[in-house]
Design a protein around this ligand. Structure first.
Ligand code: GDP
Length: 321
């Protein structure tokens, strides 16, 4: 593409750099030497404060900002701390974008999330459905704080010509995710359960729900590749879903994971646990057409890599769990 941003010559700031997807974005950026990478994590600057955001940007003068900072967590913690999930995400999102514009940053990228879409949005979920309804109640304070970033980004593009883009990664999984059983998504939860069942010679594994819900899982390395590609090539006000586009039932997921572990015990379906939405698959037509990108890692291969990482890191106590 003509306008391609050459990241090799740029100073790129990644906020929230210790987060799950940010780990993969950083790895993708490192494939573009001699790009100058600045990683800001939560220990450094309090991005809920304008002064700290200004200090971060003036300390490093980045050309490009990828804002991956946010207060994240599962449904339980979202329900316990809704005010914090609203305020922290609203402030971090608004301030980092605003100050980046004020400081003359050349390109800005922020990610929102699949939970920003209306509760029960019909699949495949298209970008244009973002404002069709209220998000799922439990995570709405988080989701609403996130989705206003799409409005802010488009407004700054329109009024100031600020080159800011917003992406919506779908059901991302992979190494570095949260593997805490109370609070994790299905892929890390199941990997941990099957790992522990194999390690402890357990005769059964408990899986939540009926197995019939359908999701499209995207490997974090693929999502990160799409994010960095969008940073280089996309200059538009429309949000873009980042997803695999292929539908997998929880039952199929369980088969893949148990097979990769060589697990031959029983699967107990715990139907007292909620299934959640029956089908949640994101439409990735815009990603394919606008970025010319398709996810390359099959679910089996992505799960295999995640299991490999987990099996190496979990016994060493370096997994978030
Ligand atoms: P969702 O995509 O927002 O619904 O979030 P999850 O990744 O938490 O759950 C996806 C589906 O996996 C739901 O139908 C869950 O019931 C099912 N599931 C099966 N076993 C587990 C588990 O151990 N943990 C989680 N989080 N979900 C599970």
């Amino acid at each position: 593409m003509d306008n391609k941003l050459d990241l090799r010559a740029k100073k790129v700031l990644v906020t929230g750099a210790d987060g799950f997807l940010a780990h993969h974005v950083v790895a993708e950026l490192k494939k573009r030497p001699p790009l100058t990478l600045i990683r800001a994590d939560r220990a450094g600057y309090d991005l809920r404060e304008g002064g700290a955001v200004r200090a971060l940007l003036s300390d490093y003068s980045p050309d490009v900002v990828i804002n991956m900072a946010g207060l994240v967590g599962g449904i339980l913690v979202n329900e316990q701390r809704p005010a914090e999930f609203f305020y922290d995400n609203l402030m971090m999102g608004a301030l980092v974008l605003h100050e980046s514009w004020r400081m003359g940053v050349e390109k800005y990228l922020a990610c929102i999330c699949g939970c920003c879409y209306p509760d029960g949005a019909p699949s495949p979920i298209k970008e244009d459905m973002l404002w069709d309804g209220y998000p799922q109640r439990g995570s709405a304070p988080y989701a609403i704080a996130k989705k206003v970033i799409a409005v802010q980004s488009e407004a700054y593009r329109r009024q100031y010509g600020f080159n800011s883009i917003v992406l919506v990664p779908g059901n991302v999984y992979g190494p570095h995710e949260n593997f805490n059983l109370n609070d994790s998504h299905v892929v890390p939860a199941l990997i941990r359960k099957f790992y522990e069942a194999m390690r402890d010679n357990r005769s059964s594994v408990k899986v939540w729900g009926s197995g019939s819900p359908v999701r499209d899982f995207v490997y974090a390395g693929d999502a990160a590749a799409a994010i960095v590609l969008a940073l280089e090539e996309y200059e538009g006000g429309d949000i873009i879903n980042i997803s695999s586009g292929s539908a997998t039932s929880i039952r199929e997921l369980v088969e893949i994971i148990s097979d990769l572990f060589g697990y031959t015990g029983r699967i107990d379906w715990d139907r007292s646990r909620p299934d959640g939405q029956a089908v949640k698959v994101f439409d990735n037509t815009r990603m394919k057409q606008t970025l010319g990108y398709e996810c390359r890692t099959s679910l089996r291969e992505g799960i295999r890599k995640t299991i490999e990482w987990f099996s190496e890191c979990y016994p060493r106590g370096i997994v978030r769990s």
